[in-house]
Each structure stands twice: as structure tokens, then as C-alpha cells.
Design a protein around this ligand. Structure first.
Ligand code: ZN
Length: 699
């Protein structure tokens, strides 16, 4: 591998840092596998017969000096002091690289892919090459990002490979020649620049190039069914069925209008060549991939700027390789179709849209996934909810109720019995001769028999609740909201569920709430402004906050600022409550209204206090900019008619409010039975809430 690095720091640099991610799969002493063992979750396990590793044989400067030698190279473990971890190395340069200068290195290395455990590796029967699937990711020695320290001096931002972290690297240009055995279909980051050329021995050689990307991943398998099509905004909007195209067009135009732009961002005829690489038994799912990824392409461009690359490859892993699914790389995403999913299940669409949205938050906006995972996962999750909402009509809360058999029902269902059922159906759990053929069960994919079997309750046990709310996200957040702050390195979280709540759910809800606080137009401008200003850069959370400030109305800035900082830095929950509501007749025939309001938790929000009179008219009594130390307030008004009830707003608060049952209260005097009825209803709601929590609504 030839590598050229330019020093853009403005200071001389006398050492480099390299990530050797595959060494996480080398032995059980790696930090990754130690962390994984500390919190077992079922699913695939590391296979000591088929570990992964990355061995560097030599790292040479142009003059031939080998820097990969004991005197100049050492493995580093800055995060946890685990000296047995070999995923990060520092290399000292005898002569520094001057500002603006480049260093050329040639790296001789051997990568061994593990059997797929997580993201990267191979699946199939190792004795039968024609059965294999390769997802080749994190496979080469990768330069870290040269950042800055507190004084603005260059400092490498490099961390080991952890269970809870993804990746962070710099933008560059790649040219990679891939040589595979005959019959293998290849997919890769970037675009094909040469080949495929058949070599004398029958192997196929293809060169891919990519510019302005910060990683390069590829895949190969003889089984891929390739479905390729050119995507353009106009053809997508014209052809996507079921009204999807029209809704996507409308949303893109609406976004442009809100931002004050003349036309929707996706240039109507700008073409992206999309390649779907599917398993044979998933070929019938091609259209579902096509329309979901197309919607994401259109809407992300409208909201965050045009997709700048000419290609996109969507990789569908086989049974036995599903650990490679659901991951993002520049211009290449891995997804997952599931023949055993019931017909109304939209998990395929959800994952496809999510992984594509990462092209923006991770890919184009290159945030630090080690230290601030919420900036990629949170922004991506928020975006995938919005795309799903538009493309699929109503967002579907992938809520799974019922006493049996879903992975989220731990309180009720012993994992060994039921959780593995779906894996079993996909043949994941069977010994590998069964995995040779990616085709699962000998039933034609779209036969009525299959549809009947698949949708029988014992095969899925899912009850789906179409819902206008990001309900599962809310439940994931509420379950862990007080455990940890969002803005911290991934490996600091005590539990995987806390990491997930803080990297995915909390920032998603934060953005929903922010949309409510700013209003649609300012929110669109802020998100577009952030995504375009920091394209091909490495912004931090504080950069996002300052862009939001710019787009917030002057008077809203302090509160928006305080809200975002509290969401980022504290582990607080929000609960707004009506403590009491009363109205008393005055001598002049009018009525004194009093509503006592409380805000619990440290999240500063503007609480709208509404009162409804006995004629059903609703009055906004006050917008209480709650904050600081004041947590209760009595809101008073003199009104013409008696009050019937009081309730709190704004509507978006429901995304974050830990207890929705206390947000309204019937006003009552002596002998009025309505408060008692209201209390009973609230009690019933609370019981329902508890039941729901135990039903495990997180996904
Ligand atoms: Zn993600």
C-alpha cells in the first residue's frame, strides 16, 4: 500500500498514529473482546479458530528506511492501559514533516479477516470458497486524524478499538485494485476506474477510485445478485410507487421553501449509479431496497446538500453473515433483508434509510465517532425517522408486545428459548455446512405458501403500532436517561444500553425537540447550515450548538443554548407537571384562575400554560421560560368564565417529558368529582406506561 500524507497543521509533525482495527479480533485480550466479554448479549461469538489480525511487515519512507521497527514503532493504549491491545500504534519519523509538506510511505501488510462477528469478516464454509461472502472493512493500517490540542498545536486524535465505538479518520483519495477468484462479484467504495480484467490465472482484477472519503470498504461473493440502476431525483419522484415519489418531492420542495431557496437541492437530473448486491433469496426484496434508499438520497440532499458521489453500493449479507449488516462506509452501506420478517415489517427500509443517512452524518460531516457518537448516530437516527415518516406514510413504531419470543422481552421471555428462534429460522445458529447455500428454506421467496407461513403469529409475535411519535426512541431514552451524559467517549458508558440510549435515542429526541423550539424554517436552515458548513470537516458538538444559535431567534438563544448544553452534558430528565388548577368566582362576576406548574429536572424549556374555560375555549395564560433555580410557578389570570382544566405545552415536549400523565389537570372545587375521575384516568395511564416499559419498547 502506498500512502501519501500532507501536513496541513501549520506545524512540523514528527510522528504518526495508525489504527490497526483488525487486531481487535486477534485474541481475547484485545480491549474490544474484553469489553464484549464483560457484557455478553447473546448472538454471534468470537471464533478462536478464525480470528482476525492486521500484521504490518514494513513501513518504509521513500529512502527505504523501515519505520516499523522497535526503535520507532510502539503500540499505544491511551484509553484503558491494556498493553495487550494492538489496535493503535505510534510511529516516530526520524525527520519531521514540515508544514504543507507531504510524506510518502509504502506499507507492506497482511490482513486476516475474522469469521464475521461484528461488521467485518467472512461468512460461509471455509472449506468451500464458492460458498463465501466477504465484507472487507477496517482492513488496512489507517492513519489517525491530526487534530489540535487546547493551545491549537497539532495533536493526534487516536483511540483504541472499543466495543462501543466506531471510527474516525481523515478525508483523502483512494485508488485500490482488488483481485478476486473467478466468479466473485465485487462491490467497493467509489467508482470502478478499470476492469474487471481477467488475469492469466482466471482471477478478476478491478480498480476502484474514490475522492473526498475517509474510508474504503469492499465486499466480494460469488452469490451476489446485482441490481443496478441510475437514480435521479426526477426519475425517483416520478416512479416511486404508492405515492412515495410525490410525497418525497413535496417534502424536498417544502424544505427548499422553508430555507428560502429557489429550488429543491437535489438537481433533478444529477445521477447516482446505485448497485444493490443481494443474496439470491433476497432478490425479491430489490424494490424495497430501491425505493427506500432512493427516498433517503432525495431527502438527505434536500435537507443537507447534494450527495456528491457518483455511486452508491448497497450490500445485503447472507445468513451467517448478518453481523456485517447495518453498517456505513463511504458510498457503500450494508443492510439486512429478512425473509422471516412479516410482510408489514419495515425493518429493511428502516435500516437501509438509516445507513444511507450516515453518508451525511459520519461521511460528509466527519464527526468523531470515538468521542461524540451522538453526532453521527443521533443525527442519522433523527434523519431516518423523518425519511421513514415521509416515505412510508406513517412512521411505524416497531413496538413488539406480547408474552413471547422477541429479543426485547427479556423480563418475560428466557433468552435461550425464544430469542434465538429468529436466528434459528435464518439458520444462523446451525453448524456451517448448513450455511453453504445462502438460500434459507426451500420455499420460493414470494410464494403464497411462504407468505402464509411467514405471517403466522408463531414466526414473529410482533404487534406493530403505527404512531406519529418516535415511541421506541422515547422509551429507550427514558430507560437510561439518568444514567449518563450524552457527550462523552463511547467506551466510558457503563452499559451498552446506556451507550445506545445516549448515542441514538437522546440526540434523536433532542433534535425533535429542537425542531419544535426553533420552528420548522429556522430548524431547516440550522440543519442545512451545519451540514453544508462542515462538509468534509470534523466538527464537534459545540460547533453544532453555535450554528443553531445563529439560526435561532434572538430572544430564544439563551434558552436554546441552555437546553442543548443540558442535553449534552447532564443526565437529567424532564417532567413538566400541573400541580393544581383552580378557579374562583370574584365579586365582579369574573373568575380568578390559578394554575400551579412544576418543572422537574434541570432541562430549561419554555413551558406553555393553557387553561380551558367551561365553554371549551383554550387560552394561553403564560409562556414560562423556566430555568435557573425556580422549579415551580403559580400562573394567575382573571377570566370571564370558570376554568374547566389546565394543560401544558408545547406539543413537542412530549418527546422528552418523562411523565405525560401529569401534564393536564381538571380544575375543581368541593364536590366536583371530575378531579377524582381525572386522577383515576391518570392512574390507569401510568399502569399502562409501566406495562409498556416492561414490554421493552426499545429496539
Ligand atoms: Zn447508525
Amino acid at each position: 500500500m502506498d500512502l501519501v500524507w500532507r501536513n496541513t497543521s501549520g506545524h512540523p509533525v514528527d510522528h504518526l498514529w495508525f489504527h490497526l482495527y483488525l487486531n481487535a479480533f486477534r485474541d481475547k485480550e484485545s480491549s474490544y473482546l474484553r469489553e464484549r466479554a464483560a457484557e455478553p448479549r447473546g448472538g454471534a461469538e468470537w471464533d478462536s479458530d478464525y480470528p482476525g489480525s492486521l500484521r504490518v511487515n514494513a513501513l518504509r519512507r521513500e529512502d527505504g528506511t523501515n519505520l516499523w521497527a522497535d526503535a520507532t514503532r510502539r503500540f499505544e493504549c491511551p484509553d484503558d492501559g491494556n498493553t495487550k491491545d494492538a489496535t493503535l500504534a505510534r510511529v516516530d519519523l526520524a525527520a519531521p514533516v514540515a508544514p504543507g509538506e507531504t510524506i510518502a510511505l509504502s506499507v507492506d501488510f497482511d490482513s486476516q479477516l475474522p469469521r464475521v462477528l461484528h461488521r467485518t469478516g467472512w461468512a460461509g464454509d471455509p472449506e468451500d470458497p464458492q460458498s463465501l461472502f466477504f465484507m472487507v472493512a477496517q482492513w488496512f493500517p489507517k492513519l489517525a486524524v491530526l487534530g489540535r490540542d487546547g493551545e491549537g498545536l497539532p495533536r493526534w486524535n487516536a483511540h483504541q478499538f472499543h466495543r462501543n465505538t466506531e471510527f474516525f479518520s481523515d478525508y483523502g483519495s483512494y485508488s485500490v485494485t482488488l483481485t478476486v477468484p473467478p466468479g466473485f462479484v465485487v462491490g467497493a467504495t467509489g467508482r470502478m476506474a478499470g476492469g474487471p480484467v481477467r488475469l492469466a490465472d482466471g482471477r478478476l482484477s478491478t480498480t476502484y477510485v474514490a475522492d473526498d472519503v475517509h474510508d474504503f470498504a469492499w465486499t466480494a461473493s460469488p452469490h451476489f445478485v446485482e441490481v443496478a440502476f441510475p437514480w435521479t431525483f426526477s426519475s425517483y419522484c416520478a416512479e416511486a410507487p404508492g405515492g412515495i415519489g410525490a410525497r418525497v418531492r413535496e417534502a424536498a420542495e417544502e424544505s427548499a421553501r422553508l430555507r428560502g431557496a429557489a429550488a429543491p437541492v437535489p438537481a433533478p437530473e444529477r445521477e447516482v449509479l446505485v448497485r444493490l448486491l443481494l443474496q439470491p433469496d433476497h432478490a425479491a426484496l430489490a424494490d424495497r431496497y430501491r425505493w427506500s434508499v432512493g427516498a433517503a438520497l432525495a431527502l438527505c440532499a434536500a435537507w443537507y446538500g447534494a450527495y456528491p458521489y457518483p455511486t452508491l453500493t448497497v450490500v445485503d449479507p447472507p445468513a451467517g453473515g448478518t453481523g456485517a449488516g447495518g453498517m456505513e462506509y463511504p458510498t457503500l452501506i450494508t443492510v439486512g433483508g429478512d425473509r422471516t420478517a412479516p410482510a408489514y415489517e419495515t425493518g429493511l427500509e428502516a435500516v437501509t434509510i438509516h445507513e444511507f443517512a450516515h453518508q451525511y452524518f459520519y461521511g460528509l460531516v466527519g464527526t468523531n465517532e470515538f468521542e461524540q457518537a451522538w453526532l453521527d448516530e443521533g443525527f442519522t437516527s433523527f434523519t431516518d425517522r423523518r425519511v421513514q415518516e415521509i416515505a412510508l406514510g406513517a412512521p411505524i413504531a416497531r413496538t413488539r408486545y406480547g408474552p413471547i419470543a422477541t429479543p426485547r422481552l427479556r423480563p418475560f421471555a428466557p433468552e435461550p428459548v425464544f430469542q434465538r428462534l429468529s436466528h434459528l429460522l435464518r439458520l444462523d445458529a446451525l453448524p456451517h455446512p448448513w450455511k453453504r447455500r445462502p438460500t434459507l428454506l426451500p420455499v420460493p421467496a414470494e410464494s403464497p405458501l411462504w407468505a402464509y407461513l411467514r405471517d403466522l403469529p408463531p414466526l414473529h409475535f410482533d404487534a406493530f403500532v403505527p404512531s406519529p411519535e418516535p415511541l421506541p426512541t422515547r422509551h429507550s431514552y427514558l430507560a437510561s436517561a439518568t444514567h449518563d451524559a450524552m457527550d462523552q467517549p463511547g467506551w466510558h458508558f457503563a452499559a451498552r444500553t446506556d451507550y445506545r440510549a445516549n448515542a441514538y435515542a437522546k440526540p434523536t429526541l433532542m433534535l425533535f425537540a429542537l425542531r419544535g423550539m426553533l420552528g420548522e424554517a429556522a430548524f431547516h436552515r440550522a440543519m442545512y447550515g451545519y451540514a453544508t458548513r462542515y462538509r468534509f470537516e470534523h466538527p464537534r458538538g459545540a460547533d453544532f450548538v453555535s450554528v443553531v444559535r445563529e439560526h435561532a431567534a434572538e430572544e430564544a438563544r439563551p434558552m436554546v443554548d441552555a437546553f442543548l448544553r443540558a442535553m449534552m452534558e447532564s443526565a437529567t430528565r424532564l417532567d413538566v407537571a400541573v400541580l393544581g388548577a383552580s378557579s374562583a368566582r370574584r365579586d365582579d362576576g369574573r373568575h380568578d384562575w390559578t394554575v400551579r406548574v412544576q418543572r422537574r429536572g434541570d432541562l430549561a424549556v419554555a413551558i406553555e400554560v393553557f387553561g380551558e374555560d367551561d365553554a371549551g375555549e383554550v387560552h394561553l395564560l403564560e409562556t414560562w421560560r423556566s430555568g435557573g433555580s425556580a422549579t415551580t410557578r403559580a400562573v394567575r389570570a382573571v377570566m370571564e368564565r370558570p376554568m374547566r382544566c389546565a394543560r401544558l405545552g408545547p406539543d413537542w415536549i412530549r418527546h422528552l417529558d418523562a411523565d405525560l400523565s401529569n401534564n393536564a389537570r381538571v380544575s375543581g372545587g368541593p364536590g366536583d368529582r371530575r378531579p377524582a375521575l381525572s386522577l383515576a384516568a391518570r392512574l390507569a395511564l401510568s399502569v399502562e406506561e409501566v406495562v409498556r416499559s416492561y414490554a421493552g419498547l426499545s429496539r
